[in-house]
Write a protein that binds this ligand. Structure first.
Ligand SMILES: NC(=O)C1=CN([C@@H]2O[C@H](COP(=O)(O)OP(=O)(O)OC[C@H]3O[C@@H](n4cnc5c(N)ncnc54)[C@H](OP(=O)(O)O)[C@@H]3O)[C@@H](O)[C@H]2O)C=CC1
Ligand SMILES: CC(=O)[C@@H](O)[C@H](O)COP(=O)(O)O
Ligand SMILES: [Mn+2]
Length: 380
């Protein structure tokens, strides 16, 4: 029996993880759940999965939840609570399904406590990749990719010589605005932006997919997970999202992983690797799909992708600035305070004003994030 702790159990990845638990009760058990605002759902999840711990980031929400539940679940709060929920005795694997770099601290602490990580939260590696990967090596912890592209790369690497990678082909759907011009992007609405063609996900990542920042963050995530140079990462727009990514080897053989766009496939593999358990998902029907097509990304229109590659090449504190500025700008877009194209312009503007410095410790990463928040400029 495997015991898991889910950081962000009320979100898209969190709830899909719980669906997998529900279908595999003889193999996996929930030790801890966590969330922030959705205490109605947390209450239902506690009643169903009876975890030992439930962490709620927001203190008032934690108090409300405490008053609603009876039984054996201990409710803890704040960042200390999140850390307790992943480091608790008995937890074997922490699923990092919080959105944003707030997930960095509990991930680092989970690794320090020797817990394996099923990593969905890509912002963690963008902001703290060097630190997280070296801590994982030190504590002999496995970091299992949940992100569909990274799971595909992981699977395409199985049984092959890792040092013979020529490059990886990181596939991108192109998002809801694929093929649009800068002029057309000036007037897109929030509802259009949140309308992803292939995946149903949380708001933040859905906006990132529309700006192509998601692919930029994923390129940096891949660099850290698979020890790649920026030149070894090629983004390929593949609107059907059937090939989830591929690896080209030195002998020019290309190995890819395919499947319907359903996150339960990579989540399940991350939880049960090396076992591939039966499930009730639909088979891939290539006749129904008909065509798989490929395009080059338009990095001049979708500048976030170019900016992410620049930040990766510059290194040091630049990826932290890129990530934090993007998080802040996406929050503003969701609150309807800025327009779609403002995101890439705000990220570019602060990157131009930032002088990269070494930022490898948690405190240094936090300092850079604070600098970014204090210096980001909202358009007039
Ligand atoms: N969704 C997907 O298909 C994929 C997601 N990912 C990555 O996985 C991560 C999660 O994405 P997704 O599930 O879509 O996101 P959601 O927005 O659906 O869920 C986010 C979760 O994080 C919790 N949360 C948000 N803010 C805080 C906070 N300040 N403190 C504690 N908990 C918080 C939310 O709690 P509450 O709801 O209670 O407020 C919720 O449980 C992201 O990093 C994303 O990039 C990667 C690949 C695919
Ligand atoms: C499901 C998943 O892994 C997402 O990161 C997805 O890849 C987003 O789609 P885009 O390819 O449009 O960014
Ligand atoms: Mn992805």
């Amino acid at each position: 029996m495997k015991n898991i702790s889910i950081l962000g159990s009320t979100g898209s990845i969190g709830t899909q993880t719980l669906e997998i638990v529900r279908e595999n009760k003889d193999k996996i058990k929930v030790h801890a759940l966590s969330g922030n605002s959705n205490i109605n759902l947390l209450e239902r999840q506690i009643n169903e999965f009876e975890p030992a711990i439930c962490a709620v980031m927001n203190k008032e929400n934690a108090e409300k939840l405490k008053s609603r539940i009876s039984g054996k679940t201990k409710v803890v709060c704040g960042m200390d609570g999140l850390v307790q929920s992943v480091c608790a005795n008995g937890v074997d694997i922490a699923v990092t399904a919080i959105s944003g770099m707030i997930g960095l601290k509990p991930t680092i602490e989970a690794i320090r406590c020797g817990k394996d990580i099923a990593l969905a939260n890509k912002e963690t590696l963008v902001a703290g990749g060097e630190m997280v990967m070296s801590l994982a090596r030190k504590h002999n912890v496995n970091i299992m990719p949940v992100d569909s592209e990274h799971s595909a790369i992981f699977q395409s690497l199985m049984g092959n010589e890792v040092n013979k990678i020529k490059k990886i082909l990181l596939t991108a759907s192109g998002g809801p605005f694929r093929g649009k011009t800068l002029k057309e992007l000036e007037t897109v609405s929030l509802a259009d932006t949140l309308n992803h063609p292939n995946w149903s996900m949380g708001k933040k990542i859905t906006v990132d997919s529309a700006t192509l920042m998601n692919k930029g963050l994923e390129a940096i995530e891949a660099k850290w997970l698979f020890d790649l140079t920026p030149e070894q990462i090629e983004v390929v727009v593949h609107p059907q999202s059937i090939i989830h990514s591929a690896v080209e080897y030195d002998d020019h053989s290309v190995i890819a992983q395919m499947g319907n766009p359903d996150m339960k496939i990579p989540i399940q593999l991350a939880l049960f690797y090396p076992y591939r358990l039966k499930n009730n998902l639909k088979s891939l029907d290539l006749f129904e799909i008909g065509k798989l097509t490929f395009e080059k990304p338009d990095m001049n229109t979708f500048k976030c992708l170019k900016l992410a590659f620049e930040a990766m090449k510059i290194g040091k504190s630049m990826p932290i600035v890129l990530n934090k500025a993007n998080e802040l700008a996406v929050e503003m877009l969701i609150r309807k305070e800025i327009k779609f194209l403002d995101i890439q312009n705000m990220v570019e503007d602060i990157m131009l004003r930032h002088t990269p410095v070494e930022a490898a410790s948690f405190d240094e990463i936090l300092e850079i994030a604070k600098w970014t928040a204090a210096n980001i400029k909202k358009p007039n």
